[in-house]
Design a protein around this ligand. Structure first.
Ligand code: NAD
Ligand code: MG
Length: 391
C-alpha cells in the first residue's frame, strides 16, 4: 500500500489527486490531507478518504477542525500551522507526497519531502522556480524521486527515454512547451485594459485555482514553466521554446537532433498527469475520457505574443539573469496577482510590478533556503511599494 500525503488537498490538483487515489483503493491510501483555511472542505474530504492525519495551516482553525471532525465520527489526528504541514510531508505517515499547495507557501513542505526521500509529485511549480538547485540537491540527498505533475513537464518526462531527466546525453535539441494562450489569446493591449478577475479566471480548457488561472491569462504561468523545465531537465533557456496551441491536446514535445519530435497528447484533464506520476513506470486508469482525435478541431500552433503578454518575456529575462532572479520574479508576481484578484491592480499592471521589482533588486546567487526566503520577503516588500506608488 502506497500512503500518499496530499498537501493542498482542498485545491484543484488536490481534488483531482484524491479522485485518482479513490479509484485504486488496493494500491493507494490518502494518509495525510492538508489545507490552508477551508475547514469545511477538509472535513468533508476526511470523511470520504479517512486519512490518519489532517492538518490545517492556519493555527487559529485547529479547534474548529477538531470539533467538526469529532462530530462526524472521523478518528484522524489533527494538527495545525505551517510547521505541522512541513513535518507531515517528511513524516512517517506517507511514502509519496503530492505537493499541491499554491505559491511560495509550498516551498518548505516540498523541500522537506525531498530531504526525507519521499516520492515527490510536484505540482507546486513556484517552489522549483524559487529554489531549483536547492530542491534538486534535496531530492538527491534524500534518495527519493521527483516526478513532475505540471502537465507540460509530465509530458516532457514521458517523451524522454525512460523519463530520464538528462538532456545532455539523450540527443535532445529542444523542449517545445505548449501553452493554450489563455482566455485572452489574440487580444491587443488596449483590449486587456479593463479585464476583471472573473474574466481572467475563465480559462478556455482547464479548471484551476484562481492564482494559476490569472498566471495562465498573463502567460506568467508559461514563464514559470520555462524556468521549471530548465531546472527539471537541465535545459538552457535557448533550448526551450514556447508554442501557443489553443486546443490544449498536445501537452508538450521533445525535439531530438535527428529531427524526431515526440509529443504527449491527451484530453485537458490533470488526472492523466497525476495518475502517471502516482504509478510511474506503471499506468493507471485515471477516469479520463479517451482522446477522440477524429472529433477534435484541427490542431493549431503559433508563436506567443511577447509584446502583449510581457510576463513571459520577463520570466525568460529572469531565467537568463540566473541566481535568485526567478525567486524575485515569482514573489513580485504573487503580490501583483493577489492585488489584481482583490480589484486593486489593473490586469496589464501585473507585468509592470514584476518588471519594477526585477529592476530594483539586483540578482544574487542562491546560497541557502533561509537567504532565499529573505529575498522572497524583500521582493514582496518592493512589490507592495510599487503598488502603493501606483495607486
Ligand atoms: P488551488 O488554489 O485550487 O489550491 C491550493 C491549495 O493550497 C488549497 O488546498 C489551499 O488550501 C492550499 N494552500 C493555499 N495557501 C496555503 C498556505 N499558505 N499554506 C498551506 N496551504 C495553502 O490551486 P491549484 O490550482 O490546485 O494549484 C496548486 C499548485 O499546482 C499551484 O502551484 C499550481 O501552479 C500548480 N498546478 C496546478 C494545475 C491545475 O490544473 N490546477 C496544473 C499544473 C500545476
Ligand atoms: Mg502547466
Amino acid at each position: 500500500m502506497n500512503r500518499v500525503a496530499v498537501l493542498g488537498a482542498t485545491g484543484s490538483i488536490g481534488g483531482n489527486t484524491l479522485d485518482v487515489i479513490a479509484r485504486h483503493p488496493q494500491r493507494f491510501r490518502a494518509s495525510v490531507l492538508t489545507a490552508h483555511r477551508q475547514v469545511e472542505a477538509l472535513v468533508a474530504l476526511c470523511v470520504q478518504h479517512r486519512p490518519e492525519l489532517a492538518v490545517i495551516a492556519d493555527p487559529a482553525l485547529e479547534g474548529e477542525l477538531a470539533r467538526r471532525l469529532h462530530a462526524t465520527g472521523a478518528s484522524c489526528e489533527v494538527a495545525s500551522g505551517a510547521a505541522a504541514v512541513t513535518e507531515a510531508a517528511a513524516g512517517t505517515l506517507c511514502d509519496t507526497v503530492v505537493a499541491a499547495i499554491v505559491g511560495a507557501a509550498g516551498l518548505e513542505s516540498t523541500l522537506a519531502a525531498a530531504r526525507a526521500g519521499k516520492r515527490l509529485l510536484l505540482a507546486n511549480k513556484e517552489s522549483i522556480v524559487m529554489a531549483g538547485p536547492l530542491l534538486l540537491q534535496a531530492v538527491a540527498a534524500g534518495g527519493g524521486a521527483l516526478i513532475p505533475v505540471d502537465s507540460e513537464h509530465n509530458a516532457i518526462f514521458q517523451c524522454l527515454p525512460g523519463g530520464r531527466p538528462d538532456l545532455a546525453h539523450s540527443g535532445v535539441r529542444r523542449l517545445l512547451l505548449t501553452a493554450s494562450g489563455g482566455p485572452f489569446r489574440g487580444r491587443s493591449r488596449a483590449q486587456l485594459a479593463d479585464i476583471t478577475p472573473d474574466q481572467a479566471c475563465k480559462h478556455p480548457n482547464w479548471v484551476m485555482g484562481r492564482k494559476i488561472s490569472v498566471d495562465s491569462a498573463t502567460l506568467m504561468n508559461k514563464g514559470l514553466e520555462v524556468i521549471e523545465a530548465h531546472h527539471l531537465f537541465g535545459a538552457a533557456a535557448d533550448a526551450i521554446e514556447v508554442l501557443v496551441h489553443p486546443q490544449s491536446l498536445v501537452h508538450s514535445m521533445v525535439e531530438y537532433v535527428d529531427g524526431s519530435v515526440l509529443a504527449q497528447l491527451g484530453n485537458p484533464d490533470m488526472r492523466t498527469a497525476i495518475a502517471c506520476a502516482l504509478a510511474w513506470p506503471d499506468r493507471l486508469e485515471a477516469g479520463v475520457a479517451p482522446l477522440d482525435l477524429a472529433a477534435c478541431a484541427a490542431l493549431q500552433f503559433e508563436a506567443p505574443d511577447l509584446a502583449t503578454f510581457r510576463c513571459l518575456a520577463l520570466a525568460f529575462q529572469a531565467l537568463r539573469a540566473g541566481g535568485d532572479a526567478p525567486a524575485l520574479l515569482n514573489a513580485a508576481n504573487e503580490v501583483a496577482v493577489e492585488a489584481f484578484l482583490a480589484g486593486a491592480l489593473p490586469f496589464l499592471s501585473i507585468a509592470d510590478v514584476v518588471e519594477a521589482v526585477l529592476a530594483e533588486l539586483p540578482t544574487q546567487a542562491v546560497v541557502d533556503v533561509q537567504t532565499l526566503v529573505e529575498r522572497d520577503g524583500m521582493a514582496r516588500e518592493a512589490a507592495r511599494r510599487v503598488l502603493r506608488n501606483a495607486c
